[in-house]
Design a protein. Structure first.
Length: 424
C-alpha cells in the first residue's frame, strides 16, 4: 500500500513537469506576396536594305517567323558583289545575348574560302559579331552581309566551272547574363578604346571621328600627352609616284610636344631625316612608349624628306612607323614665288600635301598661329623632318617657332619632339 502511493506521487510530478515544458513554444513564419510581371521575348529580323552598286538580284526575303533571311544572287564577273543590311530587333522586354554563331559554306563550318570569293557577315560598321554580344530590350543591331567575286585574282584562281555556293550564317540569342558585353561600336575618338578606333579605321567606319578630335595617351615615364586626328582624306595626288604618304589617310599627330631632343648630336643634316638620330629616337623610345593596342594599329608609312645643301643629295625616301612632319604638311606657302620660303628651302615641298587639320585652320606662311604647340603649357619650338636646303646650309633642319612660323635651327639644338603616324 505504501509503495503504490509513492508511485502515484511520482507520476503526478512527472506529469506536471511535462506540462510545464510544453507551454514554452515559439512559432516562426515567413509570409509575403510575390507579383510576377508579364514579359515578352521577341527578337527578330526586319528592314532589309540592299546597297547601291550591288549586282541586280531579288531583294532578300524575311520569312513569316522573321527569323530567316533568304537571298539568291548571280555574280558574273570579277568585281561583282552583292551587299545588304538587315536589322536584328529586340522588341521584347528581356535583354538578349548571342550564345552561339555558325557560319557555313555548303553545310560545313567555314575555315577557308575559295580564292575567288569574298564573303562576310558583320555589324554594319564592320565590327565582328561575337558570342556574348548584348542586344538590349528595345534596341536594334544592324547586320551587314556581303558576298563578292574577287577582282584582283590570278587566272589560276578563277573557277573553271560554274559554282553554286550555299552560304549560311546563324546566331542564337538567349537571355543575357553576367557574361553579356556590348558590341564595341565606334562612338567618339575621345572615349573609344584604341582597339575600337583601330578596327573602325581598318573597316572604313570613321564617320563619328572628326579632324581635330583629341584623345589623351599615357606614355609612362614620358607622361600623358594628347593625340589628335590630323587627317582623314586620301586625294588622288596620294597615288602619284614618289608622293609621300605622310599626309594621306588616317593620320594622328601629337597636339603637344612630348619632350625635347636634338636632330643629331652634331650640326649636320647630311642624309636628312633617314640618317638622323631623331628618326631612331622617335621610332624606338617614343614608339615603344605608346600603348600596345595603339601600336598594333600603326602601319608602315612611305616618308619622303627634303635634302640639305650637300652636293649630290636628292630627296630621301624611308619607311617609318612614326615620323616628324614636313614644312608643307603644316603650312601652305603663299608668298607667290619659289626663290624663298618653304617651297624653296624644303626640296620635298611638292612631294606631300598639307594635312587636313592645318588646311582647315588655313595655316599659311602668312597666317600661322594654328601651328603653335606647347611643352608643359608653354609655347615652344618643335622640329620638322625637312632638312634646310638654304645655300651653304649643311647643318640645319626646319622647325616651327613659338609663334607658329617656320624657322630653321642647327641639328644639335634640343627642339620639341611632336611626331605623327598613320593607322590603316
Amino acid at each position: 500500500m505504501r509503495q503504490r502511493y509513492l508511485y502515484a506521487v511520482l507520476f503526478v510530478i512527472l506529469l506536471t513537469l511535462s506540462l510545464g515544458y510544453a507551454l514554452l513554444t515559439t512559432n516562426l513564419n515567413i509570409v509575403g506576396t510575390t507579383v510576377v510581371k508579364d514579359n515578352k521575348w521577341d527578337i527578330y529580323f526586319d528592314n532589309v536594305q540592299v546597297k547601291s552598286g550591288s549586282v541586280t538580284a531579288s531583294t532578300p526575303v524575311i520569312d513569316t517567323a522573321k527569323t530567316t533571311v533568304s537571298y539568291s544572287v548571280t555574280l558574273n564577273l570579277p568585281g561583282d558583289y552583292f551587299e545588304f543590311t538587315v536589322d536584328a530587333v529586340n522588341d521584347g522586354t528581356i535583354d538578349g545575348m548571342i550564345s552561339t554563331i555558325s557560319n557555313k559554306l555548303n553545310g560545313t563550318e567555314i575555315t577557308t574560302l575559295p580564292n575567288y570569293l569574298e564573303y562576310s557577315v558583320s555589324y554594319s560598321d564592320g565590327i565582328a559579331i561575337q558570342n556574348n554580344h548584348l542586344l538590349e530590350a528595345g534596341k536594334t543591331e544592324t547586320y551587314k552581309v556581303r558576298v563578292g567575286y574577287k577582282k584582283d585574282i590570278s587566272a589560276t584562281d578563277l573557277p573553271s566551272t560554274e559554282q553554286t555556293l550555299n552560304l549560311s550564317f546563324s546566331v542564337t540569342y538567349v537571355q543575357a547574363d553576367d557574361n553579356a558585353v556590348k558590341p564595341d561600336h565606334p562612338e567618339s575618338f575621345e572615349t573609344d578604346s584604341w582597339n575600337t578606333i583601330v578596327n573602325a579605321v581598318k573597316t572604313g567606319n570613321t564617320s563619328v571621328y572628326n579632324v581635330g578630335d583629341t584623345k589623351t595617351v599615357d606614355m609612362g615615364t614620358l607622361g600623358t600627352h594628347t593625340l589628335r586626328i590630323a587627317n582623314k582624306s586620301t586625294p588622288t595626288e596620294c597615288s602619284t609616284t614618289g608622293f609621300s604618304q605622310t599626309a594621306c589617310g588616317f593620320v594622328l599627330e601629337f597636339a603637344d610636344i612630348i619632350t625635347t631632343h636634338n636632330m643629331n648630336s652634331t650640326s649636320t643634316n647630311v642624309g636628312s631625316w633617314p640618317a638622323s638620330e631623331m628618326r631612331t629616337y622617335v621610332n624606338t623610345d617614343i614608339y615603344n612608349a605608346l600603348p600596345t593596342e595603339l601600336k598594333n594599329g600603326i602601319i608602315d608609312t612611305i616618308v619622303v624628306s627634303g635634302h640639305g645643301d650637300t652636293s649630290g643629295e636628292t630627296n630621301f625616301t624611308s619607311t617609318d612607323k612614326l615620323y616628324l612632319l614636313s614644312t608643307h604638311e603644316v603650312w601652305e606657302d603663299v608668298d607667290g614665288n619659289t626663290s624663298g620660303g618653304i617651297d624653296c628651302y624644303d626640296t620635298a615641298y611638292n612631294n606631300t600635301r598639307q594635312l587636313d587639320y592645318y588646311a582647315g585652320l588655313n595655316v599659311t606662311t602668312s597666317s600661322y598661329s594654328g601651328a603653335i604647340k606647347q611643352l608643359n603649357g608653354t609655347n615652344s619650338y618643335w622640329w620638322l623632318r625637312s632638312a634646310s636646303s638654304y645655300t651653304i646650309s649643311t647643318g640645319n633642319f626646319n622647325d616651327v617657332n613659338s609663334y607658329g612660323w617656320w624657322d630653321s635651327a642647327s641639328a644639335y639644338y634640343a627642339d620639341g619632339v611632336s611626331p605623327a603616324f598613320r593607322i590603316g
